[in-house]
Design a protein around this ligand. Sequence first.
Ligand code: FES
Ligand code: FES
Length: 153
Amino acid sequence: MKDTVRLKLNGKSVSLQVDPSRTLLWVLRYDLKLTGAKYGCGEGLCGACTVIIDRQDTRSCSVAMSDVAGKELITIEGLEQNDKLHPLQEAFVQHDALQCGYCTPGMIMSAYGLLLNNPHPTRREILRHMEGNLCRCGAIHGSSTLSKPPHGR
Ligand code: FES
Ligand code: FES
């Protein structure tokens, strides 16, 4: 049964008629055509679906629509302003931190979530925060894309 779910999405108030038990990731991708968040594992394990909910980076594959009512969401599509990439996106480009289009949006949103709550993280804090974002295509060896330096592979 559908219900009205109101939330703030990328700075705009949104009112949706949805089954409240549906998963946020699918509503973003299929109903709202915001395809930046990706389906990787569907179990909260890889980070490909990461979005920000009330300033916390969150796995959208593991969140029901009923849990986002009244909350403030930011997706990767909400970072760019006035056709300009967010400085964090620029930094990923500048420092060659981009991987594939599938996992990179989730990585950027995880990093964004870290910076929202800790604007000056140490290298160790960055590694710890980002190590849950996994490469699942096999291009990057090891369980984490960022926690192991290239010479450690
Ligand atoms: S698809 Fe959500 S964590 Fe993997
Ligand atoms: S999933 Fe993106 S590089 Fe492997």
